[in-house]
Design a protein around this ligand. Sequence first.
Ligand code: GLP
Length: 252
Amino acid sequence: MEVVITENPGIVAADAIAAHVRRGTVLGLATGSSPLPVYAELLRRRDAGAVVFDGVRAFTLDEYVGLPRSHPQSYYSVIRREFTDPAGIPVDGPDGEAADIQAEATRYEAAIRDAGGVDVQLLGIGTDGHIGFNEPGSSLASRTRVKTLTPQTRADNARFFDSADDVPVHVLTQGLGTILEAEHLVLVATGSGKAAAVAAAVEGPVGAMCPASVLQLHPYVTFVVDEAAAADLRLADYYRFVADHKPQDQGW
Ligand code: GLP
Protein backbone atom coordinates (compact mmCIF):
# COMPACT_ATOMS: atom_id res chain seq x y z
CA MET A 1 0.00 0.00 0.00
CA GLU A 2 1.07 3.50 -0.65
CA VAL A 3 -0.36 6.45 1.28
CA VAL A 4 0.17 9.85 -0.34
CA ILE A 5 -0.65 12.85 1.84
CA THR A 6 -1.01 15.88 -0.39
CA GLU A 7 -2.75 19.20 -0.74
CA ASN A 8 -3.56 18.26 -4.34
CA PRO A 9 -5.28 14.87 -4.24
CA GLY A 10 -6.94 15.48 -7.61
CA ILE A 11 -3.61 15.98 -9.34
CA VAL A 12 -1.87 13.02 -7.67
CA ALA A 13 -4.79 10.69 -8.42
CA ALA A 14 -4.94 11.97 -12.01
CA ASP A 15 -1.22 11.16 -12.33
CA ALA A 16 -1.87 7.61 -11.11
CA ILE A 17 -4.73 7.09 -13.54
CA ALA A 18 -3.14 8.78 -16.53
CA ALA A 19 -0.15 6.46 -16.16
CA HIS A 20 -2.44 3.55 -17.16
CA VAL A 21 -4.23 5.23 -20.05
CA ARG A 22 -3.58 3.85 -23.49
CA ARG A 23 -5.75 2.31 -26.23
CA GLY A 24 -7.66 -0.59 -24.65
CA THR A 25 -7.43 0.62 -21.05
CA VAL A 26 -10.46 -0.17 -18.90
CA LEU A 27 -11.14 2.51 -16.27
CA GLY A 28 -13.17 1.89 -13.13
CA LEU A 29 -14.95 5.09 -12.14
CA ALA A 30 -16.50 6.27 -8.87
CA THR A 31 -19.14 8.86 -8.14
CA GLY A 32 -19.44 11.15 -5.12
CA SER A 33 -17.68 14.48 -4.60
CA SER A 34 -14.13 13.20 -3.97
CA PRO A 35 -13.36 12.07 -7.55
CA LEU A 36 -14.61 15.29 -9.17
CA PRO A 37 -11.23 17.11 -9.07
CA VAL A 38 -9.65 13.99 -10.58
CA TYR A 39 -12.07 14.06 -13.51
CA ALA A 40 -11.57 17.81 -13.97
CA GLU A 41 -7.79 17.33 -14.03
CA LEU A 42 -7.97 14.43 -16.50
CA LEU A 43 -10.20 16.49 -18.82
CA ARG A 44 -7.81 19.42 -18.52
CA ARG A 45 -4.92 17.16 -19.54
CA ARG A 46 -6.96 15.76 -22.44
CA ASP A 47 -7.63 19.31 -23.64
CA ALA A 48 -3.89 20.05 -23.37
CA GLY A 49 -3.07 16.92 -25.40
CA ALA A 50 -1.27 15.28 -22.48
CA VAL A 51 -3.61 12.30 -22.34
CA VAL A 52 -5.66 10.62 -25.08
CA PHE A 53 -8.78 8.59 -24.32
CA ASP A 54 -9.18 6.95 -27.75
CA GLY A 55 -9.99 3.26 -27.30
CA VAL A 56 -10.55 3.64 -23.55
CA ARG A 57 -13.73 2.34 -21.92
CA ALA A 58 -15.15 2.55 -18.42
CA PHE A 59 -17.30 0.87 -15.79
CA THR A 60 -18.92 2.47 -12.77
CA LEU A 61 -19.03 0.96 -9.29
CA ASP A 62 -22.64 1.19 -8.31
CA GLU A 63 -26.14 2.55 -8.86
CA TYR A 64 -29.32 3.33 -6.96
CA VAL A 65 -32.07 0.73 -7.40
CA GLY A 66 -35.28 2.17 -8.79
CA LEU A 67 -33.78 5.41 -10.07
CA PRO A 68 -34.11 5.72 -13.86
CA ARG A 69 -30.76 6.10 -15.63
CA SER A 70 -32.11 9.40 -16.97
CA HIS A 71 -32.54 10.80 -13.42
CA PRO A 72 -29.93 13.55 -12.89
CA GLN A 73 -28.69 11.85 -9.69
CA SER A 74 -28.42 8.34 -11.10
CA TYR A 75 -24.75 7.43 -10.99
CA TYR A 76 -24.93 6.66 -14.70
CA SER A 77 -26.07 10.25 -15.39
CA VAL A 78 -23.56 11.74 -12.97
CA ILE A 79 -20.54 9.96 -14.41
CA ARG A 80 -21.56 10.77 -17.98
CA ARG A 81 -22.10 14.44 -17.13
CA GLU A 82 -18.94 14.84 -15.05
CA PHE A 83 -16.51 12.81 -17.08
CA THR A 84 -17.23 10.19 -19.69
CA ASP A 85 -19.34 12.27 -22.11
CA PRO A 86 -16.85 15.16 -22.26
CA ALA A 87 -14.01 12.63 -22.40
CA GLY A 88 -15.70 10.65 -25.20
CA ILE A 89 -15.39 7.40 -23.23
CA PRO A 90 -18.12 4.74 -23.50
CA VAL A 91 -19.31 3.75 -20.02
CA ASP A 92 -21.33 0.89 -18.60
CA GLY A 93 -22.91 0.77 -15.16
CA PRO A 94 -25.27 -1.48 -13.27
CA ASP A 95 -28.85 -0.73 -14.33
CA GLY A 96 -30.81 -0.02 -11.15
CA GLU A 97 -34.06 -0.17 -13.07
CA ALA A 98 -33.55 -3.64 -14.52
CA ALA A 99 -36.65 -5.82 -14.25
CA ASP A 100 -34.50 -8.74 -13.04
CA ILE A 101 -31.94 -7.15 -10.74
CA GLN A 102 -30.08 -10.43 -10.07
CA ALA A 103 -29.73 -11.04 -13.79
CA GLU A 104 -28.42 -7.49 -14.16
CA ALA A 105 -25.79 -8.15 -11.49
CA THR A 106 -24.69 -11.25 -13.38
CA ARG A 107 -24.64 -9.33 -16.67
CA TYR A 108 -22.50 -6.61 -15.16
CA GLU A 109 -19.91 -9.00 -13.74
CA ALA A 110 -19.69 -10.67 -17.16
CA ALA A 111 -19.35 -7.33 -18.95
CA ILE A 112 -16.36 -6.36 -16.80
CA ARG A 113 -14.81 -9.78 -17.28
CA ASP A 114 -15.40 -9.70 -21.06
CA ALA A 115 -13.67 -6.31 -21.23
CA GLY A 116 -10.59 -7.94 -19.74
CA GLY A 117 -11.09 -6.55 -16.21
CA VAL A 118 -10.48 -3.09 -14.81
CA ASP A 119 -6.95 -1.72 -15.20
CA VAL A 120 -7.25 1.15 -12.75
CA GLN A 121 -10.15 1.70 -10.37
CA LEU A 122 -10.82 5.09 -8.78
CA LEU A 123 -12.51 4.90 -5.37
CA GLY A 124 -13.94 7.26 -2.79
CA ILE A 125 -14.76 6.20 0.75
CA GLY A 126 -17.92 6.68 2.77
CA THR A 127 -17.82 8.09 6.30
CA ASP A 128 -18.64 4.55 7.51
CA GLY A 129 -15.78 3.04 5.47
CA HIS A 130 -17.83 1.82 2.52
CA ILE A 131 -16.39 1.58 -0.98
CA GLY A 132 -18.79 1.41 -3.88
CA PHE A 133 -21.91 0.87 -1.82
CA ASN A 134 -20.47 -2.01 0.22
CA GLU A 135 -21.74 -1.05 3.64
CA PRO A 136 -20.29 -2.36 6.94
CA GLY A 137 -21.12 -6.04 7.22
CA SER A 138 -20.44 -6.69 3.53
CA SER A 139 -18.74 -9.96 2.71
CA LEU A 140 -15.11 -9.31 1.90
CA ALA A 141 -15.55 -11.74 -1.03
CA SER A 142 -18.82 -10.24 -2.30
CA ARG A 143 -19.75 -9.85 -5.96
CA THR A 144 -22.13 -7.40 -7.65
CA ARG A 145 -25.44 -7.55 -5.78
CA VAL A 146 -28.17 -5.52 -4.11
CA LYS A 147 -27.33 -3.80 -0.83
CA THR A 148 -29.40 -1.77 1.63
CA LEU A 149 -27.94 1.63 2.54
CA THR A 150 -27.28 2.52 6.16
CA PRO A 151 -29.13 5.53 7.61
CA GLN A 152 -25.72 7.27 7.79
CA THR A 153 -25.03 6.83 4.07
CA ARG A 154 -28.55 7.94 3.16
CA ALA A 155 -28.04 11.06 5.30
CA ASP A 156 -24.61 11.69 3.72
CA ASN A 157 -26.10 11.46 0.23
CA ALA A 158 -29.25 13.48 0.99
CA ARG A 159 -27.48 16.61 -0.30
CA PHE A 160 -27.92 15.31 -3.84
CA PHE A 161 -31.70 14.96 -3.50
CA ASP A 162 -34.60 17.29 -2.67
CA SER A 163 -35.11 15.58 0.69
CA ALA A 164 -33.51 12.81 2.75
CA ASP A 165 -36.55 10.62 2.10
CA ASP A 166 -35.85 10.77 -1.62
CA VAL A 167 -32.51 8.92 -1.24
CA PRO A 168 -33.16 5.36 -2.46
CA VAL A 169 -32.88 2.61 0.16
CA HIS A 170 -31.45 -0.05 -2.14
CA VAL A 171 -28.46 -0.03 -4.47
CA LEU A 172 -26.70 -2.33 -6.90
CA THR A 173 -22.96 -2.36 -6.30
CA GLN A 174 -19.84 -4.14 -7.38
CA GLY A 175 -18.81 -6.40 -4.52
CA LEU A 176 -15.60 -6.13 -2.57
CA GLY A 177 -14.36 -9.25 -4.36
CA THR A 178 -15.18 -7.60 -7.69
CA ILE A 179 -13.34 -4.40 -6.80
CA LEU A 180 -10.28 -6.34 -5.62
CA GLU A 181 -9.84 -7.79 -9.13
CA ALA A 182 -8.83 -4.41 -10.59
CA GLU A 183 -5.11 -4.18 -11.25
CA HIS A 184 -4.53 -0.85 -9.48
CA LEU A 185 -6.84 0.75 -6.92
CA VAL A 186 -6.65 4.50 -6.30
CA LEU A 187 -8.68 5.76 -3.34
CA VAL A 188 -9.19 9.51 -2.89
CA ALA A 189 -10.37 11.00 0.40
CA THR A 190 -10.53 14.62 1.49
CA GLY A 191 -11.74 16.48 4.55
CA SER A 192 -11.91 15.76 8.27
CA GLY A 193 -15.15 13.83 7.88
CA LYS A 194 -13.17 11.03 6.25
CA ALA A 195 -10.30 10.88 8.79
CA ALA A 196 -11.72 8.05 10.92
CA ALA A 197 -12.70 5.97 7.88
CA VAL A 198 -9.27 6.45 6.27
CA ALA A 199 -7.45 5.43 9.46
CA ALA A 200 -9.65 2.35 9.85
CA ALA A 201 -9.13 1.40 6.20
CA VAL A 202 -5.35 1.85 6.15
CA GLU A 203 -4.33 0.95 9.70
CA GLY A 204 -7.26 -0.84 11.29
CA PRO A 205 -7.89 -4.56 11.32
CA VAL A 206 -9.17 -6.06 8.08
CA GLY A 207 -12.83 -6.73 8.62
CA ALA A 208 -16.37 -6.22 7.45
CA MET A 209 -16.97 -3.36 9.90
CA CYS A 210 -14.74 -1.20 7.68
CA PRO A 211 -15.24 -2.54 4.15
CA ALA A 212 -12.39 -0.40 2.74
CA SER A 213 -9.97 -2.25 5.05
CA VAL A 214 -10.16 -5.13 2.55
CA LEU A 215 -7.87 -3.02 0.34
CA GLN A 216 -5.04 -4.11 2.67
CA LEU A 217 -5.28 -7.48 0.92
CA HIS A 218 -4.65 -5.97 -2.52
CA PRO A 219 -1.08 -5.79 -3.83
CA TYR A 220 -1.37 -2.43 -5.61
CA VAL A 221 -3.34 0.27 -3.78
CA THR A 222 -2.69 4.00 -3.62
CA PHE A 223 -4.49 6.04 -0.97
CA VAL A 224 -4.45 9.73 -1.90
CA VAL A 225 -5.55 11.91 1.02
CA ASP A 226 -5.36 15.52 2.06
CA GLU A 227 -4.04 16.61 5.47
CA ALA A 228 -7.52 16.68 7.02
CA ALA A 229 -8.36 13.16 5.88
CA ALA A 230 -4.92 11.99 7.09
CA ALA A 231 -5.39 13.44 10.58
CA ASP A 232 -6.02 10.10 12.34
CA LEU A 233 -3.25 8.11 10.62
CA ARG A 234 -0.76 6.89 13.24
CA LEU A 235 2.00 6.48 10.66
CA ALA A 236 1.40 9.77 8.84
CA ASP A 237 4.99 10.94 9.38
CA TYR A 238 6.28 7.66 8.00
CA TYR A 239 4.11 7.97 4.88
CA ARG A 240 5.51 11.48 4.33
CA PHE A 241 9.05 10.13 4.81
CA VAL A 242 8.38 7.39 2.27
CA ALA A 243 7.13 9.97 -0.24
CA ASP A 244 10.14 12.22 0.36
CA HIS A 245 12.50 9.29 -0.29
CA LYS A 246 10.72 7.76 -3.22
CA PRO A 247 13.02 6.82 -6.09
CA GLN A 248 12.42 9.22 -8.97
CA ASP A 249 11.71 6.57 -11.56
CA GLN A 250 8.81 4.97 -9.67
CA GLY A 251 6.15 7.57 -10.39
CA TRP A 252 3.10 7.78 -8.16
C1 GLP B 1 -21.25 7.19 -2.30
C2 GLP B 1 -20.62 6.31 -3.36
C3 GLP B 1 -19.20 5.94 -3.03
C4 GLP B 1 -18.44 7.18 -2.60
C5 GLP B 1 -19.09 7.77 -1.38
C6 GLP B 1 -18.36 8.98 -0.83
O1 GLP B 1 -21.76 6.47 -1.24
N1 GLP B 1 -21.36 5.09 -3.57
O2 GLP B 1 -18.59 5.34 -4.17
O3 GLP B 1 -17.11 6.84 -2.33
O4 GLP B 1 -20.39 8.18 -1.77
O5 GLP B 1 -18.75 10.12 -1.52
P1 GLP B 1 -18.06 11.54 -1.38
O6 GLP B 1 -16.81 11.45 -2.14
O7 GLP B 1 -19.05 12.47 -1.98
O8 GLP B 1 -17.85 11.76 0.06
